[in-house]
Design a protein around this ligand. Structure first.
Ligand SMILES: Nc1ncnc2c1ncn2[C@@H]1O[C@H](COP(=O)(O)OP(=O)(O)OP(=O)(O)O)[C@@H](O)[C@H]1O
Ligand SMILES: [Mg+2]
Length: 369
C-alpha cells in the first residue's frame, strides 16, 4: 500500500497543503522548523491514527485552528482507498475510509503499515529496556494480532496484580485472588515470550547482515533476548514456557509481597544489543548507534514484507546526519523497494535517488525539479 496523495488542512504548521507522492522515494527537503517532521507525522497518522510524538490529537491541530483535516488517497492490492481523519478540539475525531466511518483506529492500521525511523529512536539503544520492549511490541503487534491481544491482556492482568500487591496488607483477603492472576499472567506471558523470541531470532539474522554491510564488514551486530530466567530456551512452545513462568513467580512470591511490585514476568524483558560483543548502550559511538537502530528498522521492514507480501511505507526522519559518506550511501542504496519518505536539510547526494523531491518552507509544499 502506498500513499498516492495527501491533503492537509490546519494540521500542525500546514494551513492548507496537498501533494502527489511517488511510489518510490520521496525526498522532503527544507530548513529547520519548516514542517518536514510534521509531514512524516501526517503520513504516519494514516496508519493506526496515532502520532509517534504527540500525546494527543489536540497537539496536531494548528495553533490558530479548532480542527484539522487529513485526507489521503492510498493505493494497493489493486484498489484505491480514500482515507479521511478529522480532528477537533474538545470533540472526538472522525475517521473514515471511502466515506464509511470507522469505529476504531485499529481498522485503519489494517490498511496501511509504516516503519518509522526518527532521531528519538536512538533511545532504543541508549535508554532503558522499556524503549526496546516498545520497539519490539509495536513491530510484532503490526504483524501478529494474537500477540497484540496477549500483550494487552497481560498488561491488564499486571495492573490488577499490582493493585493486589499494593493493597494486600490492608485487605488480606485479596491474596486469595493472587494464584488466579499468576496463572493467567503466566499463560499470556508464555505467548508474549514465544512471539518475542521468534521475532528476535529473525530480526537478529537480518540486522546482523545489514549492519555488517553498513559498516563495510568491520562491525558485528548481535541481538539476544533476555527474558525470565527460568524459561531457559524462549523458542520453546508456549505450553513449555508456561510452567517455567509459573515456577519463577512462585520463587518470587515473598519478594513480590514485600516489595509490592510485580517482579516476575516478561514485562521486564530486554533485547540486548551488542557491537563486536560489547553492549551498544555503553560503548557505541553516535554513528554506530544510529547504524544499529537503522539496521533494526530496516530488518523490521524486511520481515514485514516477508510476512505480508507488501512493503510497509518507510518514514526516515533526519536519518543521514552523523553518518559518514559510506554509511549514507549505504542507506540510500538499501531503501529501494516500497515507498519511502526521507527528510533532509540539504539535497546533497540525494539527487540520484529515483523518485520525487519536495521543498518545504513554512508549511508550504512544492514539488521540486
Ligand atoms: N500544532 C501546531 N500548530 C502550528 N505549528 C506547529 C504545531 N506543532 C508544531 N508546529 C510548528 O511546526 C514547525 C515545523 O516543525 P517540524 O518539526 O515539522 O520541523 P522540521 O522541518 O522537521 O525541522 P527540523 O529540521 O528542525 O527537524 C515548528 O516551528 C513547530 O513549532
Ligand atoms: Mg524534524
Amino acid at each position: 500500500m502506498i500513499v498516492r496523495r495527501l491533503e492537509l488542512e490546519g494540521f500542525r504548521n500546514y494551513a492548507a497543503a496537498a501533494a502527489e507522492f511517488a511510489p518510490g522515494v520521496n525526498v522532503i527537503c527544507g530548513e529547520n522548523a519548516q514542517g518536514k517532521t510534521n509531514l512524516l507525522e501526517a503520513v504516519g497518522y494514516l496508519s493506526g491514527a496515532r502520532s509517534h510524538r504527540a500525546r494527543g490529537d489536540r497537539e496536531l491541530i494548528a495553533f490558530d485552528r479548532d480542527q484539522a483535516l487529513l485526507r489521503a488517497e492510498l493505493e494497493g492490492r489493486g484498489r484505491t482507498f480514500a482515507v479521511e481523519a478529522q480532528l477537533f478540539r474538545g470533540r472526538r475525531r472522525k475517521l473514515s475510509v471511502n466515506g464509511v466511518p470507522l469505529r476504531t483506529a485499529a481498522e485503519l492500521s489494517e490498511l496501511i503499515h509504516t516503519v518509522l525511523f526518527c532521531p528519538g529512536d536512538l533511545s532504543i539503544i541508549q535508554a532503558g529496556s522499556a524503549e526496546r520492549r516498545r520497539f519490539l511490541d509495536q513491530a510484532i503487534c503490526q504483524l501478529r494480532p494474537r500477540y497484540a491481544a496477549a500483550l494487552a491482556e497481560y498488561h491488564r492482568l499486571q495492573e490488577h496484580k499490582t493493585r493486589i500487591l499494593r493493597d494486600w496488607e490492608d485487605k488480606p483477603s485479596l491474596l486469595d485472588l493472587l494464584p488466579e492472576f499468576n496463572d493467567r499472567m503466566a499463560r499470556c506471558g508464555a505467548v508474549v515470550v514465544h512471539y518475542r523470541a521468534h521475532f528476535i531470532r529473525r530480526l537478529s539474522e537480518r540486522a546482523a547482515a545489514i549492519h555488517a554491510e553498513f559498516a563495510g564488514g568491520r562491525e558485528q551486530l548481535s541481538l539476544s533476548y533476555q527474558t525470565v530466567k527460568t524459561v531457559g530456551d524462549p523458542l520453546l512452545p508456549t505450553r513449555d514456557i508456561y510452567p517455567r513462568l509459573l515456577a519463577h513467580q512462585e520463587s518470587h512470591r515473598r519478594a513480590e509481597l514485600d516489595s509490592r511490585v510485580c517482579l516476575s514476568g516478561p514485562h521486564k524483558d530486554d533485547l540486548l544489543v551488542a557491537i563486536d560483543g560489547r553492549p551498544a548502550r555503553q560503548f557505541a559511538s553516535q554513528g554506530q548507534t544510529r547504524t544499529a537502530v537503522l539496521s533494526l528498522k530496516l530488518s523490521e521492514r524486511e520481515i514485514h514484507r516477508e510476512d505480508t507480501g507488501e512493503w510497509p511505507v518507510l518514514l526516515l526522519d533526519d536519518v543521514l546526519s552523523e553518518l559518514d559518506q559510506r554509511r549514507r550511501d549505504f542507506v540510500l542504496r538499501r531503501i529501494g523497494g516500497g515507498q519511502v519518505f526521507i527528510t533532509c536539510c540539504e539535497e546533497e547526494g540525494l539527487e540520484e535517488l529515483e523518485g520525487r523531491t519536495f521543498h518545504i518552507r513554512a508549511g508550504a509544499l512544492t514539488a521540486g525539479p
